[in-house]
Design a protein around this ligand. Structure first.
Ligand code: ZN
Length: 674
């Protein structure tokens, strides 16, 4: 593993953070070095600390432990992510015989320097009880391969001699902190500690020394692993699936989304991790046993659950048969989870509420790794973790064996209040887990709708003709909202491209809940004299494109089997045509009929279809010249033209967006033209 310490960068960090103590600046610098390497830590994993001194308000010098705060990731750490805790008090706690987790958190919080700091790491006491100035902790892949071996202690001796101490598995908290300090005190020459089934700690008197020792220890473990002959995976015999990945994913993902909704009443998004290694693992005979043992380090359990669901599909070409096959596999998984919960709860005599039993990680033969979550971020975290887990498991078996924590200990971790706190308790936005496909999304009504749906938590598939505007729109939404946003340059009159975009949509999110079919263009001309070709073109864009989009959304809705909403941007021209505007009004009138036809034909499946007849919105659809003409045709000034309605208020694109959202949420409204 490459040592990334760079003297100039270290000095630059001291300069950048000159408002804080140099100790903290360097602590941030090497924490980020560790955090930036996914083979060391993933998503909030690992923690670091530094011991320093400050003058308090009454000018007394006090010792302070700055340790990573919960909610911060090492790769993006900043000084406020290192809450300072009064060190003397933490050290005194070591004299206690026991300390509950709740009391530990309370002691840490009540001895913070800054009352507004985040909670210090659950491993704070371990950092406090060791005397070293700098301490680094990771869940490095290579150290987990060693730490999960049945003879880990012997292998550590072989690799490190007496330079790394061994700490038997104990859950993070007071007892682990005491045990780690005792191991250190038995041999004060150690440069670090290997925590069995958990990860690696190193320490030193400077940021560089602790970091160097960390990288060295991991590099030595990597060299040990690299020396072992990799175990060959045996491909599954008679693998039923030989389909193209995209075809298979398109068959499976909407079925999964539908079944998860059916089981939980909530919406989920699906992520497929394209990766040859995980695909080979999922398609191997070894996967059936190796994947069912447990997580590589305990805190992964809250992201991936203990075990992935395995699928080796037989029936993927027939949607109903596929649904039955997957439903039955899910049912078995959930029953096993209930049993795991019930038996551990009873054996431990604890009062816990069962978490939802649905798997977060799926290994699909012929396809590879799929993760499912309420947000795109959750799915990506689980995929990152499991991609590393596959490598750790495979290499562990190449070294010897893989013996991570057993179910009963993982249960303590999964149901530990301090771990669950990491997932946050904030109320989910109303459209969380939903997916909206919006055409004409780069500007005007489409963009306003995209922003509003994202604000409510929906993930977005944005299509538009204009690449530059689309990229800008997607970036703007990503910066404002924590939702998944995929942008696709698309001409909606290109039927093949539209159908392909739905395959792309499924590959990105697993399915769709709302189609906002908005793209259109105003074509003018006296109806008796217009060139037939121009009229047909207007119908292609303003009618047939909507029909193709709607039929594709419908196809997915019918597979998901949990409703779905089609929303058309029609136009008031359907009911109240304007002179010379026939080529636009005619297809828009047909859209109104189309809205009602979908409502009629598919209401029985809970699928809704509604439209908005927006009138006089200032968008790029109507150039200033056209607006001036329309206004003049009614004998009005431009501003009066926009306000000439009963409320005498101009209606904006954001108002139309609100209309789309209202129709999306109005669960018992269909066939409605707003
Ligand atoms: Zn840890």
């Amino acid at each position: 593993m490459e040592n990334k310490w760079n003297e100039l960068s270290a000095q630059a960090a001291i300069e950048k953070y000159r408002d804080v103590h140099e100790d903290i600046a360097l602590r941030v610098y090497t924490s980020r070095l560790i955090g930036a390497n996914p083979s060391l830590v993933l998503h909030g994993g690992g923690n670091t600390s530094v011991k320093s001194k400050i003058k308090n308000k009454v000018n007394e010098e006090v010792d302070v432990l700055y340790v990573k705060g919960s909610g911060w990731d090492l790769d993006t750490l900043e000084p406020p992510g290192l809450p300072g805790v009064l060190l003397d008090h933490l050290i005194k706690l070591r004299g206690l015989d026991s300390l509950s987790d709740e009391d530990m958190v309370n002691e840490q919080r009540t001895h913070l320097l800054d009352a507004s700091s985040p909670n210090p790491s659950v491993e704070t006491l371990l950092h406090a009880f060791l005397p070293h100035k700098f301490i680094d902790h990771s869940h490095a892949d290579a150290s987990l391969i060693i730490a999960n071996q049945p003879d880990a202690e012997k292998i550590c001796k072989e690799i490190y001699g007496d330079t790394i101490g061994i700490v038997s598995y104990i859950m993070p908290g007071f007892a682990l902190a005491k045990a780690a300090a005792e191991v250190y005190e038995k041999n004060k020459n150690v440069e670090g500690l290997m925590l069995i089934n958990h990860g690696l700690f190193t320490f030193g008197s400077t940021a560089k020394e602790s970091y160097d020792r960390h990288i060295n220890a991991v590099t030595m473990a990597e060299a040990y692993v690299a020396n072992k002959q990799p175990k060959a995976l045996t491909p599954l015999e008679g693998l039923a699936i030989s389909a193209d990945e995209k075809v298979l994913l398109n068959a499976l993902a909407p079925v999964l989304r539908g079944l998860y909704f059916e089981k939980s009443g909530k919406s989920w998004v699906i992520h497929h991790r394209k990766n040859e290694k995980t695909k080979a693992f999922a398609s191997s005979q070894e996967c059936a046993t190796w994947s069912q043992i447990g997580t590589a380090t305990p805190d992964h359990v809250i992201r991936t659950k203990q075990k992935p669901l395995l699928l080796n599909l037989k029936q993927w070409q027939d949607t109903n048969a596929l649904r039955n096959e997957v439903a039955s596999a899910l049912e078995t998984y959930c029953e096993n989870y209930h049993e795991y919960f019930k038996s551990n709860k009873e054996a431990k005599g604890v009062d816990k509420k069962e978490l939802d039993p649905l798997p977060r990680v799926l290994l699909v033969a012929g396809l590879g790794l799929i993760t499912i979550g309420k947000t795109v971020k959750e799915t990506k975290i689980a995929a990152d973790i499991y991609q590393h887990t596959v490598d750790i498991i495979h290499k562990s078996f190449s070294v010897g064996n893989y013996v991570p924590l057993k179910s009963n200990e993982l249960f303590d971790m999964e149901y530990w209040s301090l771990e669950q706190a990491k997932l946050g308790k904030s109320k989910a936005p109303v459209l969380q887990g939903k997916v909206a496909y919006i055409t004409g999304a780069a500007s005007g009504i489409g963009l306003a709708t995209a922003n509003l749906f994202a604000e409510q938590g929906a993930n977005l598939y944005l299509a538009d003709l204009s690449q530059d505007k689309l990229i800008e729109a997607a970036e703007g939404i990503r910066n404002k909202h924590k939702v998944g946003v995929v942008a696709r340059v698309l001409n909606v009159v290109d039927e093949d491209a539209v159908r392909d975009s739905f395959a792309d949509l499924v590959a990105n999110f697993g399915g769709v809940d709302f189609l906002i079919s908005n793209a259109g263009n105003a074509v003018q001309g006296p109806i008796g004299q217009i060139n037939l070709k121009d009229l047909r073109q207007s119908f292609e864009l303003n009618f047939f494109a909507h029909q193709v989009l709607a039929s594709e959304a419908l196809r997915l809705f019918l597979i998901q089997k949990n409703g779905g909403v089609i929303l058309f941007n029609a136009s008031k021209a359907a009911f109240n045509p304007g002179k010379g505007f026939g080529p636009y009004a005619l297809p828009k009138a047909a859209i109104v009929a189309l809205t009602k036809q979908y409502a009629l034909d598919y209401g029985q499946f809970g699928i809704r279809s509604n439209a908005i007849n927006a009138d006089r919105i200032r968008t790029s659809l109507f150039s200033e010249v056209v607006v001036a003409e329309r206004a003049a045709a009614r004998g009005l000034s431009t501003d009066d033209y926009f306000k000439s309605n009963l409320l005498q208020q101009e209606v904006f694109d954001t108002d139309v967006a609100q209309g789309f959202l209202n129709l999306a949420l109005a669960e018992k409204t269909t066939g409605s033209i707003l």
